[in-house]
Design a protein around this ligand. Structure first.
Ligand SMILES: NC(=O)c1ccc[n+]([C@@H]2O[C@H](COP(=O)([O-])OP(=O)(O)OC[C@H]3O[C@@H](n4cnc5c(N)ncnc54)[C@H](O)[C@@H]3O)[C@@H](O)[C@H]2O)c1
Length: 256
């Protein structure tokens, strides 16, 4: 087993996943990043940046909604980097649609990635970490809309509420193994997810998404490093006492 800790970050080609992977590398952690087919160039670029920080890195292509891909990603990470100590189940997709236009296919697609995908990452990370017997950190991506529903985002909000429930149940089950389980609940983070070709016409990055979700135009966005910094705390030894939490970082938009 590797002596340095090893992380697997899904959705690691861009946005929050990229920021988290690079932040973990700065903490001295070797990092595998996982993303879908078509993201190979971005994945390779993130791997180069991790290696430039003096850490080992690996990129893996797959789909978090497919059980064999998630199991395979955990196995490849362990085979190449020596262990799995930190899982960041970050990959997700969004969708802006009122309920009356949401199809069964829309619902199933978003839940297969945002909820089932996170469940599979938690499951296979937990199996590996229990086998290793040295604890671990499991982190999921929920959302501010996993705490309070947002207009025109019903399917997405429901998938992010699912991550909160899973985080709480898994934290209880894994406490005996010294594995903590927490999720982040970001507000408006300026990543490619919220970019639209017409953004410049309406006030810059994220403005079309804000209109689609009927959010106030003055709502402030933040860079993904605000989330990467929280993850950097959650993986510290001193964070052993925090588990089962879904932590909002949204500039004070919503208090729970
Ligand atoms: N940006 C925000 O404001 C915001 C707010 C709250 C929550 N989130 C959540 O944070 C997470 C990261 O979001 P982001 O803004 O960085 O998004 P992003 O779209 O910029 O990046 C997400 C990455 O996940 C990958 N991905 C999508 N489906 C996948 C699949 N089936 N298998 C593997 N990888 C897949 C994408 O290819 C992409 O590289 C997501 O779960 C998102 O729902 C984002």
């Amino acid at each position: 087993m590797s002596t340095s800790r090893v992380a697997l970050v899904t959705g690691g080609a861009q946005g929050m996943g990229e920021a988290i992977a690079l932040r973990l590398a700065s903490e001295g952690i070797d990092v595998a990043i996982f993303d879908i087919k078509g993201k190979e160039t971005q994945l390779a670029s993130v791997v180069k940046q991790i290696e430039a920080k003096g850490r080992k890195a690996l990129w893996i292509v797959g789909d978090v909604a497919k059980e064999e891909d998630v199991k395979g990603a955990v196995d490849k990470t362990v085979a190449s980097l020596g262990s799995l100590d930190i899982m960041v189940a970050n990959a997700g997709i969004t969708m802006f649609k009122p309920l009356i236009e949401t199809s069964v296919e829309d619902w199933e697609k978003i839940h297969s990635i945002n909820a089932l995908g996170v469940m599979l990452c938690f499951k296979y990370a937990a199996i590996q970490m229990i086998k290793q017997g040295r604890g671990g950190r499991i982190i999921g991506a929920s959302s501010g809309s996993g705490k309070q529903g947002i207009q025109n985002m019903g399917a997405y909000s429901a998938s992010k509420f699912a991550v909160r429930g899973l985080t709480q149940s898994t934290a209880l089950e894994l406490r005996q193994h010294k594995i903590t389980v927490n999720s982040y609940a970001p507000g408006f983070i300026l990543t490619p997810m919220l970019a639209h070709p017409d953004d410049d016409k309406y006030g810059g990055h994220g403005s079309v998404a804000k209109m689609a979700a009927k959010m106030p135009p003055e709502l402030e966005g933040a860079k993904p490093d605000v989330i990467a910094e929280l993850v950097a705390y959650l993986i510290k030894p001193q964070a052993y006492f925090m588990t089962g939490q879904t932590l909002i970082i949204d500039g004070g938009t919503f208090f729970d």
